[in-house]
Write a protein that binds this ligand. Structure first.
Ligand code: UD1
Ligand code: CA
Length: 449
């Protein structure tokens, strides 16, 4: 563990015009989490000290979002988008507090890894004044190029300011920079804006530090870690890389994915060992799946909690507040919302279970609907243990079905049913012998005439 004090500054003030969006770029999500929150998580995982978040475009939306993903961060507003060096200086007051290390990260690099942050800080501890995290790519277009000589980093040249020859360089700036706190303010204040875009480039501090005889070095990261997202094509690319990594980690932790490339996880998906996931399953945010669970194809989860030994799907939809206890079964075309399905209970076909409870060992027949909503308010359906609900029944909430009760097929239940009772909520069948034949004959002769 690095004992030097550190301030991590995450830049998130840009509009991200290339996203063509009303939402600030860094709030676009990878694996259900804003890109900038991934960066904050990497910083936290690397233990990089105090956090400063620089916001500007969409400041109110950013402030609200930051309250969730970085409640401890100090927020600084960059009034005008004058470039990345100007953005860092928005956090001037925090920098001036006096830290050993200043770490600058971009909010649009969602795959950045904690290890890369740690490695950059180690070079500061080794005496460097500026450390730039670079990466190599066959497609460097759009990135700043790292210009090196004899192992020293001389400059970073932005694409638009590159000569023909410089443009051919494939070693690029990831955007992550570590700066010795003692020099940070002087270096940043020396940056001018005489360049193609007329912006104050953070990248200029490389040349400025070199000119002062300070040590400037590059560290190398993998292309994927450094991927900077400027448009939605790159956003999808980042998502694909993230998903691939997570699928592999999940399989290595003991989960079987039959067709991993068709299963999608969220940043916070938890899933236990010996669980089997069939093809085409989506785990939205806030999902926990226990062990020995079978998730059959085409199922969709969101804020749902599935205990050990459950069976779900195919084609099941588990919505927020769905909670399955051990060994519960939820089958095809069953939707569960804000409902606890207790131990060993089953709803195997075509049902809607919303705002209720299904007691342990109960069986919900095909086509059962919890009628939970009257167009104005939601009401609770309480099914106690070992109840049998016959197929095609409507339970009009609020309603309680007592332990061991039996609801006949096709019932519309509007009144609570006491324990062990048998409830019919339908009219009796009438059967008239021979009348069917008579009816046919009458109709046939009427048609002829
Ligand atoms: C930047 C780097 C480039 C690097 C690339 C990596 C500079 C000058 N260029 O270019 O060398 O290869 O990232 O992805 O640093 N931001 C602000 N305020 C501003 C401008 C930007 O907060 O005034 C923030 C943005 O929100 C974003 C980050 O800084 O999170 C990077 O800005 P962006 O405009 O995307 O820089 P690039 O052109 O990609
Ligand atoms: Ca960028």
């Amino acid at each position: 563990m690095n004992s030097r004090s550190c301030l991590s500054i995450v830049l998130a003030a840009g509009e991200g015009t290339r996203m063509k969006s009303a939402t600030p770029k860094v709030l676009h999500k990878v694996a259900g989490l804003p890109m900038v929150a991934h960066v904050v998580k990497a910083a936290e995982a690397a233990g990089t000290g105090d956090l400063a978040l620089v916001i500007g475009h969409g400041a109110e939306e950013m402030r609200k979002a930051a309250g969730k993903f970085a409640p401890a961060a100090k927020l600084f507003v960059q009034e005008k988008r004058l470039g990345t060096a100007d953005a860092v200086l928005a956090a001037r007051d925090a920098i001036a507090t006096g830290y050993d290390d200043i770490l600058v990260m971009f909010g649009d690099t969602p795959l950045i890894d904690a290890g890369a942050l740690t490695a950059a800080r180690e070079k500061l501890a080794g005496g460097a004044a500026v450390v730039v995290l670079g990466f190599r790519t066959g497609e460097p277009t759009g990135y700043g190029r790292l210009i090196e000589k004899d192992g020293r980093l001389l400059a970073i040249r932005e694409e638009k300011d590159c000569s023909e020859e410089e443009r051919r360089i494939t070693f690029c700036n990831s955007g992550l920079m570590a700066i010795a706190g003692a020099h940070a303010l002087a270096l940043l204040e020396a940056v001018g804006n005489a360049n193609a875009k007329g912006e104050y480039y953070l990248t200029d501090i490389v040349e400025i530090a070199g000119g002062k005889g300070l040590s400037v070095v590059a560290a190398e990261a993998g292309f994927e870690d450094a991927l900077g997202i400027n448009n939605r094509v790159q956003l999808a690319e980042a998502e694909a890389i993230w998903q691939k990594r997570r699928r592999e980690a999940i399989m290595l932790s003991g989960v079987t994915l039959i067709a991993p490339e068709t299963v999608f996880f969220s940043h916070d998906t938890e899933i236990g060992p010996d669980t089997l996931v069939e093809p085409n399953v989506v785990f939205g945010v806030g999902v926990r799946i226990g062990s020995n669970v079978t998730v059959r194809g085409f199922s969709h989860f969101e804020q749902a909690d599935i205990a050990d030994g459950c069976q779900v799907g195919p084609y099941a939809r588990l919505r927020p507040g769905a909670k399955l206890q051990e060994n519960a079964h939820i089958g095809n075309f069953v939707e569960v919302k804000n409902t606890v399905v207790e131990r060993g209970a089953k709803a195997n076909h075509l049902a809607y279970l919303g705002d209720g409870r299904v007691g342990a060992g109960s069986n919900i027949g095909a086509g059962t609907i919890f009628c939970n909503y009257d167009g104005y308010s939601k009401f609770f359906t309480d099914i106690e243990a070992n109840v049998f609900i016959g197929s095609n029944s409507s339970l009009v909430a609020p309603v309680t079905i007592g332990t061991g009760a039996y609801v006949a097929t096709g019932s519309v239940i509007t009144e609570s049913v006491p324990p062990d009772a048998l409830a019919f909520g339908r009219s009796r069948q009438t059967t008239l012998p021979g009348k069917g034949k008579q009816l046919r004959e009458r109709r046939a002769s009427a048609k002829k005439a």
